[in-house]
Design a protein. Sequence first.
Length: 110
Amino acid sequence: MRFLAVVFLGLALVACKTDDRPEGLMEREEFKETLLDAQLIEARLNHEMILEQMKTLPVEKYYEELFEKHQVTKEKFEKTFNYYTEHPDLLKEIYDEIMTELTLRKDSIL
């Protein structure tokens, strides 16, 4: 009986564990969607630079529009990105989901 009490106490402690993420970060799903759009911006910039041979690229404009669309500040996005770079296993999960989403989008176009 005592063993069961210890097991239940352990489960309760795990269930009550607080999120160890620092305050002021974007929610995971919000960050993932913003990062996905940032990847699309980078692809667009590469396209414009290589194929269209543009000399000046409106990088800041594109990112300002991104942050406005997702209603997040550049600072909050960067703080969140830095958190995930310090937790590469979590960042890999997000990038895997982004790659899956981009593949689905590409397949739906073709």
